[in-house]
Design a protein around this ligand. Sequence first.
Ligand code: ZN
Length: 757
Amino acid sequence: MVTRRIALGLVTLVFLLPAIGAEERPVITGYSPQAAATEWQWEQKFRAIPDPANLREYNRRLSAQPHHVGSPYDKANAEWILSQFKSWGWDAHIERFDVLFPTPKERVVELVAPSHFKATLQEPPVPGDPTSNQTSQQLPTYNAYSADGDVTAPLVYVNYGIPADYEKLDRLGISVKGAIVIARYGASWRGIKPKLAAEHGAIGCIIYSDPSDDGYRDGDVFPKGAWRPNEGVQRGSVMVMEVYPGDPLTPGVGATKDARRLALKDAKTIEKIPVLPISYGDAQPLLAALGGPVAPGAFRGGLPLTYHLGPGPAKVHLKVFSNWDIKPVYDVIARIPGAVYPDEWVIRGNHHDAWVNGSEDPVSGQSPLLEEARAMGEMMKQGWRPKRTIIYCAWDGEEEGLLGSTEWAEEHADDLKKHAVMYVNSDANGRGYLMAEGSHSLEKFVNGVAEDVQDPETQLSVAERLRLARIRRTNSAEERRELRSTRQFRIGALGSGSDYSAFIDHLGVATLNMGYGGEDGGGIYHSIYDDFYWYTHFSDTNFVYGRALSQTIGTAVLRMADAELLPFDFTNLADTVGRYVDEVKKLAATEREKTEELNREIREGVFTATIDPHQHTVPPAVKPEPPYLNFAPLENSLADLRRSAQGYSRLLEKLQGGGQQALEHASLQAVNETLMQSDRKLTQDAGLPGRPWYKNQVYAPGLYTGYGVKTLPGVREAIEQKQWQQAEEEIAIAARTLENEANLIDSATAQLEKAIQ
Ligand SMILES: [Zn+2]
């Protein structure tokens, strides 16, 4: 495997050098030599087209006014995007869904004891920033899908408000029952904070941006620098997306005009307590008024005060009421029909809606998408037609809960399951290194694409720059060895947090999410300061990484759409799933050892001996010791998956040994139809425990991390939650899933063997 990868890597690298002759014959996996030569020419034409000047102009146009769901400019942008696609020769239309979208009616955060302070809940315009004063069109600062409520209670500081923080608070004898919690942003998806607070008995939740995570600790604040100013607030959804994303009233089906809707009270994805976000300027007086124990070291943020936990004497009044309206979302869907395999779809998306002006999020990703579409339009004029159908999607309503993409994917679920080959997503884009995550069946494919795109700052390939950056960044000698020997980079698994979720998690479509970043820090996320002024002063100011994103994703789309044999490969999948299996085994062992050790220390009297009578800590209670789990079914299936993946890979190597000549006249439709289904096999119809919408058994967002991925989620979360019986059941389900995947790969191997005889 490794030797072939090196050979392939070197061959491809050679063709990156400027001085190549006209008769070069690049090797592209899934292409016969003749097809590869043609493809290479079209790809080179394609990569020469995207123009930073256009990206700048799209960005200015789309971010000129606030454009959240339901606003006039949201609709105007959708119509403008539609007209652009049409002018480039695409077959395009707008698809509308009607979704629940709460907007704020009443918002109050005030300190009522021991002194009085009323939070401003306002982001002031900044002189010199021409769109920051569009006050009447801006959505106020709020968390969409908060519960309505009017509560007054003592305040408790809960750090990030994640499970580990509540464990710590328990040990310190601090309860949030009947209290309002204040949590800082970070360490989890924001919706986890009110959810966990409510589970622990809190009646309200305030979330603020601490300057140690998002503010002056990292650099000068806006407008002098890129970082979050005193009054900057992170808006954001707190929808319980880890149960299902999309319209809360129409789980599992498209929110069309006459779809059956749940009553508001029956929607499972609305928070149970009121929650509002505030700035660090507004948070400081609240935190300063807290008494009780001094916060543990890990809880302390960057404000100039001693962090205390409470409860009280600070008492807070929190009031949130929303307009619970149904609003339209406008997805722009554009297609180029495939000339050879019209029923095989390569899909690409980025959202167009924003919380406010959204020059970075999402316009810096939407603009490259448009430039790819323009480039493909140019190529159509020169006679190019993709073999497969290409579908470009500009989603609406992402910010509130992946509304546009989820409703579209649910509405077209049957067709997508039959026809989707791959979905490629992007969102906010910046400056720096390629970031790629997704399905490991596409890991080699994305490596190949990244070798053929040039980094605008160093002129290295973006793959090479990423590989070298990882060598520098890692502390692991093993990872360095691997990066040097394989010349490949691994891609991370996808959790949630952008429009890919319905494709990978719900439908099992092979998915990639890509962008550039790492040299573009700042603190304007979901604020009025995420605008054209900020972006053109502090991020990808000359839009060359916007061009790189167009080149990267456009190349991926073309290469997948035109391949004779779909370039899936399963050895990286088997290898990565093998790592996940090791992780869950280790997790079970660690849980057992930790519990044994804790119980032993309790019996020894460690806690009673070390309690500081001035500190009021509470000794932990004895826990039941976890049983040994039987991982054998999972390990056996993994062995089968490895064998099957190697079988397919050996056949690919053989093909490559013959220069892939055999692909030229082979009838590959059957094998391609099988390969298209490969990630579908990672799903189970029943879904994950307690959240049937999530069908993928390898990748899912965590129930208590939100955005953060949990791989082998059924098994892993059962162990984390100490549900031992369920863990055994989930091991069996995961084993069955891997077995299904192995069987599919065996069929693909047999079909390919027959086709190239
Ligand atoms: Zn976004």
